[in-house]
Design a protein around this ligand. Structure first.
Ligand SMILES: Cc1ncc(COP(=O)(O)O)c(C=O)c1O
Length: 197
């Protein structure tokens, strides 16, 4: 059976071979509930490709300051799924914070919890500020207004690229940023020096 969301990874995998000259060394995707990331990762699981999911680091490490479920959460049940969730010591699910509405979620799809437990996928986080900076740099350098959610994946990929020059990097571009304009107008420009304009 063909899984619907996996079309993202199937097409991206083929495009990398056809256009970029080979499979990527590493693939990044942002993780809220986890659907775009699992769609990208699933067809790549059998390949020798490093897979990195990027959660919302928000404004800090404290409970309620982020939505970095896999990084800071504990096992529990949310909306019928046994997975990793952000909860207090009494098992009460906690509020989250992220600049991106789509990553602002206290749970994560259980398949990601499994992939973290087996070590096949690494999960890290990017903060609100890092996502904003990556978004602005992407607009200025590539003319791509990506979504604030997706900007978290770009922020992490940017750091990776600095540390691993020459690697072939695939980033799942989960959505457009037009919807984020009301949010973005509340923040001052920060990386104009990257624009070269
Ligand atoms: C553009 C975009 N990317 C990512 C997400 C995060 O969701 P998921 O992790 O399920 O792909 C959302 C959620 O609304 C979104 O709008």
């Amino acid at each position: 059976m063909r899984e619907l969301q996996a079309v993202i990874g199937e097409e991206a995998r083929q495009q990398m071979i056809d256009i970029a000259g080979g499979l990527p060394d590493v693939a990044f995707a942002c993780v809220g509930g986890g659907s775009n990331a699992i769609g990208l990762f699933y067809p790549l699981l059998g390949d020798d490709i490093e897979l990195i999911g990027v959660e919302a680091g928000g404004t800090g490490n404290g409970l309620g300051q982020n939505a970095a479920t896999l990084a800071t959460g504990t096992p529990g049940v949310l909306q019928g799924s046994y997975t990793i969730i952000l909860q207090d010591d009494d098992g009460q699910v906690q509020e989250t914070h992220s600049i991106s509405a789509g990553l602002d979620y206290s749970g994560v799809g259980p398949e990601h919890a499994l992939l973290q437990a087996t070590g096949r996928v690494k999960y890290i986080s990017a903060t609100d500020d890092e996502a904003l900076e990556a978004l602005e740099e992407l607009c200025a350098s590539e003319g791509i207004l990506t979504a604030l959610e997706t900007s978290h994946a770009f922020a992490a990929a940017k750091e990776y690229a600095k540390e691993h020059p020459g690697k072939r990097i695939l980033i799942g571009n989960s959505g457009r940023g037009d919807k984020d304009m009301p949010t973005l107008t509340k923040y001052p420009a920060r990386t104009r020096s990257h624009a070269g304009a």
